[in-house]
Ligand binder design. Sequence first.
Ligand code: ADP
Ligand code: MG
Length: 367
Amino acid sequence: MKVVLQHVTKQFPSLNKKSPEPVTAVRDFDYEIPDGKLIGLLGPSGCGKSTTLNMICGLLKPSSGKIFFGEDDVTDLPPENRGVGMVFQNYALYPHLTVRQNILFPLQNLKGKDKLSKEEMNAKAEEAARLVQIDALLDRKPAEMSGGQQQRVAIARALVKRPRVLLLDEPLSNLDARLRLQTREEIRRIQRETQITTIFVTHDQEEAMSISDQIVVMQAGEVHQIGRPQDVYDDPRNLFVAKFLGTPPINVFNGEVRDGELLIGGSAVLAVPGVKAQKVTVGVRPEGFVLEKDGPLCCSLQGVEVMGRDISVVSTHPDSLNVTIRSIISAENMAEVAAPDVRFALKPFKVFLFDAETGERIRFPLS
Ligand code: ADP
Ligand code: MG
């Protein structure tokens, strides 16, 4: 089921008496979510992710714009008639009910022609439990399970009615690091098996990048960029997106373009033909540095962290906007690193130029 957001905006009345301006939580969200895909809705806290999800499930009504499931306009449809499954950050299971009763719960309220027999309900609950691999734990109470298992129960409960759309709001943030990793792979597997259009909300870029078919990067209610994770990483539209994606994060410098050359700290570090003379903000991905004895970018070496296959060279530069510059270099080149200075050449397709004022991308051939 494709989900279409058509110029969706949500404003909340101001809670602050001193500034009566309404808060725009989501502004002009316009996007057709393709059928059967897993979409990562990504952005820092407060950027409008939950508001967007709550409008899709029907808990909130847009201030303007429309929402379609397939060809059906669901903008005014109450949540229970939309056929959505929702999972929240805090699993919100009923503590006094067993796992089986928790999963059965959404089926017990079905009325009229949708009403199911006890056997049918049990069969559906068991199928959902199998899908999330908790079918051996159906008689336990939530308190007798780990956080990861409880979250699986919550997912099974969201899946039991075979929703048209599955909505997950930061479903992994209460889990420890290892469980988070494992559970996100589970979610990917379940999504592939069921082919249910799924929207996964997170503030964790690595999480979104690793499981999504497409990511939507948001900030302060605005959609900045939509695309396949690798494409957005390789081709960010602006400085915010470039900085938000990637670990270690992108290295940012103050720079200047003069006569088709990019200067950092007065040294010409890269040819950028066709770019007019101006001050720029420069982003260099950690994998964009090449150790070179006479390389044009001269940094002060702070240390080297060995990470197995690669090494991370930590350095500083007066025009760096990050406290330290992190470059990822193949460990074979380690012998070339010697204090006090380290010199680099830059890989052009790993260097992005941005307007020093607006942060919008400035393109040059090869970038
Ligand atoms: P996220 O899920 O990305 O952290 P939210 O969608 O929860 O962000 O919130 C987006 C913005 O809308 C925030 O500035 C938040 O304070 C505001 N907001 C959310 N819900 C309400 C509400 N019910 N009333 C007023 N402001 C709200
Ligand atoms: Mg939220």
